[in-house]
Design a protein around this ligand. Structure first.
Ligand SMILES: Nc1ncnc2c1ncn2[C@@H]1O[C@H](COP(=O)(O)OP(=O)(O)O)[C@@H](O)[C@H]1O
Ligand SMILES: Nc1ccn([C@@H]2O[C@H](COP(=O)(O)OP(=O)(O)O)[C@@H](O)[C@H]2O)c(=O)n1
Length: 214
């Protein structure tokens, strides 16, 4: 029986980390849907358009090819920011919908993480998790990550960026960042990666279909 796990949450809440661990634990494929919006933003910029050029974003979304999830350039902070601009265009979201639904509809089931998985992409997911944390905790995580890569950034700047992205993602008219009414919220501000994983597995095993308990 297929098991579909939907994970949503704000930037740097730890949803990608959790999604990967759950996918490995339950033997499911994982789709990081943020990469789709990042790839659209990159294509717009690579073609020499401004990131807020709606027509260019719609065209780029319509011809999106396969994405290499090891592509580090897609994961930069600047591309995350640019992704949140193209993601506010309804036609861009519409162009990416079917691909995400097809991934979720695989016979095995799947784990998807993003902003609108439980609300729009997989409203009937077996388990919906909304992973969140304070803006300060998330900025601190990004700070450690950037320092680990040898980048010179300040915590204050990252905190500003996180807040700006939160308000753009939560404030847009189409598919705003929002916990589905039936999502289980995990506030990870005071929790380590292993603890978040254990809590999530307990939720999936308790509320997911029989396969998760097998
Ligand atoms: N519970 C946690 N406690 C501390 N650091 C975490 C936790 N979860 C994730 N991280 C770290 O925070 C950063 C952002 O996590 P990530 O999974 O990429 O977030 P998201 O996918 O929500 O943007 C990564 O460096 C990750 O290792
Ligand atoms: N399902 C999704 C996933 C991402 N996005 C957008 O894409 C941006 C980048 O998403 P991401 O998940 O890669 O970003 P991080 O949370 O990893 O920083 C977000 O800020 C959203 O605006 C979205 O609108 N819907």
């Amino acid at each position: 029986m297929a098991l579909v796990i939907a994970i949503d949450g704000p930037a740097a809440s730890g949803k990608g980390t959790l999604a990967k661990r759950l996918a490995a634990h339950y033997g499911l494929p994982h789709l990081d849907t943020g990469l789709l919006y990042r790839a659209v933003a990159r294509a717009v910029l690579a073609d020499g358009h401004a990131v807020n050029d709606r027509a260019a974003a719609i065209a780029a979304a319509g011809r999106l090819g396969p994405i290499d999830d090891r592509d580090e350039a897609l994961r930069s902070a600047a591309m995350g920011e640019a992704a949140s601009v193209v993601a506010a265009v309804p036609e861009v979201r519409a162009a990416l919908l079917q691909l995400q639904r097809e991934f979720a509809g695989r016979p095995s089931g799947a784990v998807l993480d993003g902003r609108d998985i439980g609300t729009v992409i997989c409203p009937r997911a077996d388990v919906k998790l909304f992973v969140t944390a304070s803006a300060e905790a998330r900025a601190d995580r990004r700070y450690r990550e950037a320092r680990g890569r040898g980048e010179s950034v300040t915590y204050e700047r990252l905190l500003d960026e996180i807040r700006a992205r939160d308000s753009r993602d939560a404030g847009r008219a189409v598919a705003p960042l929002l916990a589905a009414a039936d999502a289980r919220v995990i506030d990870t501000s005071q929790m380590g990666i292993d603890e978040v994983f254990r809590v999530a597995v307990t939720i999936v095993d308790t509320f997911g279909p029989a396969m998760a308990r097998a």
